[in-house]
Design a protein around this ligand. Structure first.
Ligand SMILES: Nc1ncnc2c1ncn2[C@@H]1O[C@H](COP(=O)(O)OP(=O)(O)OP(=O)(O)O)[C@@H](O)[C@H]1O
Ligand SMILES: [Mg+2]
Length: 272
């Protein structure tokens, strides 16, 4: 099934060529950021994820999507994200937005898949919406231990990373909702977790799927632990008042970019 997912994704995206400058920048980056063989070797220890392609189809997760405009949009997003991470020497991205249901989780998953497919870099995708974890649901993923077990001291890193899409994407799912989520995000155990990811793969990219900026203080509480913020806004959903409210919070973070989701325009620029 993994092979089928991988093939499906590659077949559909290979028809597309980024421009010459993007390609050459990307090549340079691949040389600098390529995971060392020892790192990929260490990734082999992680368990394989048990996912359900039909659930992925229902939720519009990339390998199961046949919309070429969506595939193209994620290729462009991937290239731009890689360029900016490289430019600023950032390696972690929190994906958030103004309000609920704007497409943050779907963007985080699809970006992680696109990044892990393209370069020889290891990507971790972490479900950090501690109050309403959804990553595993969108992947139709069944698992034994997840992030909550780690945070409660009942599991170590090796037991909560599940490999998906070749050897280069490690998903850290969560099944248990936490009421006091910001306290957990601030906890020493969470600090140990991000350090463990870094130790495990010095040249990794980490994507954190997070709740909306204004719904709780979760993103702010976790801000010291991520390098950059990718903001997902949905056309017609994020009003001016919300954007003004978020300005103060965003002032304390590095903004990687803004994704315009559910755009009615089908051209490339509308997605980023
Ligand atoms: N561009 C899109 N096209 C089609 N469906 C989409 C799109 N973006 C999101 N969806 C769907 O909308 C629903 C909400 O998306 P998602 O869960 O990613 O939003 P979210 O911002 O993470 O929500 P929450 O704030 O509840 O965490 C999902 O069912 C998802 O599959
Ligand atoms: Mg979400």
């Amino acid at each position: 099934m993994e092979d089928a997912i991988r093939r499906g994704f590659s077949d559909r995206v290979t028809g597309e060529r980024p421009n010459a400058i993007e390609t050459s920048n990307l090549r340079q980056r691949v040389r600098r950021m390529a995971a060392a063989p020892a790192e990929l070797q260490s990734a082999r220890r992680f368990q394989n994820a048990n996912v359900d392609v039909r659930a992925m189809e229902r939720q519009c997760v990339l390998p199961a999507v046949s919309d070429t405009a969506a595939l193209r949009a994620f290729k462009i997003l991937r290239t731009r994200v890689l360029r900016r991470l490289d430019m600023h020497k950032w390696s972690s991205i929190a994906v958030s937005g103004m309000s609920v249901g704007e497409g943050k989780t779907l963007t985080a998953i699809n970006l992680a898949l696109a990044l892990s497919q393209d370069v020889n870099t290891f990507v971790f995708l972490v479900d950090l919406d501690l109050q309403r974890p959804q990553v595993a649901n969108y992947l139709g993923m069944t698992f034994e231990k997840g992030l909550s077990d780690y945070l409660l001291g009942k599991a170590e890193l090796d037991e909560i990373v599940y490999k998906l899409q070749s050897e280069r994407l490690g998903v850290i799912p969560n099944a248990r909702a936490f009421q006091h989520s910001s306290e957990f995000l601030n906890s020493p155990r969470m600090g140990e977790f991000t350090q463990a990811l870094e130790r495990e793969m010095p040249r990794r990219i980490v994507i954190f799927d997070m709740p909306p900026l204004l719904a709780s203080d979760d993103v702010l509480a976790f801000a010291p632990q991520f390098d950059s913020m990718l903001l997902v806004v949905s056309e017609g959903k994020s009003g001016r008042a919300m954007l003004r409210g978020a300005k103060e919070v965003l002032a304390e973070m590095n903004l990687l970019g803004v994704v315009l989701n559910r755009s009615k325009e089908r051209n490339e620029s509308a997605y980023y």
